[in-house]
Write a protein that binds this ligand. Structure first.
Ligand code: PRT
Ligand code: ZN
Length: 285
């Protein structure tokens, strides 16, 4: 029987969450001391543990069928695996930064200057789009010191909290792109492997949509039901359960996490009481 081979980062910022995602999909993989290879015994999936920079190439060449990697790594590679799903973790910005005392007025600041980065291909594309001509100095690591040692006017690097920039006397001046972990695939999977991938994607989607939604329960007078139902349409429509107290009911529904704070005030104004919000483990629409 066919099995699908997934490439995951061996040890780094995406390792734990990539592994956790498979586990939330019900795929058990013996943790052990993660060497190069591991297998699941309850889903037809094998794992290759690699450096993140190698993942797009392994997938493109078909050594792995699919992989999880930062989208920024895909942009930088000459290989072109297909991105099939954004996974919602490993989020970061790719930004331009300059010395914190600089009088920065706009991206023209970099015209005719030099920018240090580990992501030359991505930077080149964005500079061309902004019609800025600047030299690009490729540095593999510790890009943040390039300005301090006089190598470049600015840097282009990954920023998450911004503390690395701050500690190096830099300030973020332009966000050129946003990246997160993505699921990539080889362009020509055979039918059986493609079928396993469909099953995996179905599970991933159930996990991701559960994470971005909450189960909501509240009590309301019966004459408010229509108004509240309009605010909480749920998957099909809300469930209404009568309360022992006459004229009252309990309404159960599902809401998108990012809509919650907007809706909550309207619910209270309409007359909802005892609002409970619970996490959802899996969600299949
Ligand atoms: O060993 P391997 O080659 O596999 O890993 P790596 O060291 O090349 O990559 P790793 O594990 O550091 O990052 C993997 C992926 O995580 C990246 O490709 C991004 O998609 C994503 N990611 C998310 C980040 C960050 N956040 C991040 N903050 N990658 C790197 N950083 C670094 C950044 O380079 C800078 O040095 O963290 C510093 C900035 O962080 P803040 O929080 O101080 O702003
Ligand atoms: Zn790397």
């Amino acid at each position: 029987m066919s099995r699908i081979k997934i490439a995951l980062q061996k040890s780094g910022r995406l390792s734990e969450e990539s592994f956790d995602l498979l586990s939330q999909c019900g795929i058990k993989i013996a943790k052990g001391d993660r060497k190069l290879f591991a297998s699941s015994n309850n889903f037809p999936l094998d794992v290759l543990f690699l450096r993140d920079d190698d993942i797009p190439e392994y997938v493109e060449k078909g050594i792995a069928d699919i992989g999880i990697v930062g989208e920024n790594v895909v942009w930088e590679t000459t290989n072109t695996p297909q991105i099939i799903k954004h996974l919602g973790f490993g989020k970061c910005r790719l930004s331009l930064a300059v010395g914190k005392e600089e009088d920065y007025q706009g991206i023209d600041y970099f015209s005719g200057g030099c920018i240090a980065t580990s992501y030359p291909k991505t930077l080149k594309k964005f500079l061309a789009k902004s019609k800025i001509s600047a030299d690009i100095e490729y540095i593999k690591g510790s890009v943040e010191i390039a300005v301090g040692i006089g190598l470049a006017q600015g840097i282009f690097d990954i920023v998450s909290t911004g503390s690395t920039l701050m500690m190096n006397g830099l300030k973020e001046v332009e966000v050129l792109a946003r990246s997160e972990a993505v699921l990539i695939k080889n362009a020509s999977l055979d039918a059986e492997t493609a079928n396993i991938l469909d099953q995996l994607i179905f599970r991933i989607e159930s996990v991701l949509s559960a994470k971005s939604h909450k189960y909501i329960m509240l009590n309301a007078p019966l004459d408010c039901v229509e108004q509240i139902s309009a605010l909480l349409p749920g998957i099909k429509s809300p469930t209404i359960v009568p309360l022992v107290e006459n004229g009252w009911c309990s309404i159960h529904s599902v809401i998108a996490e990012d809509e919650f704070w907007e809706i909550i005030d309207s619910l209270r104004i309409i007359g909802a009481k005892g609002i409970l919000v619970l996490p959802i483990e899996k969600m299949v629409s």
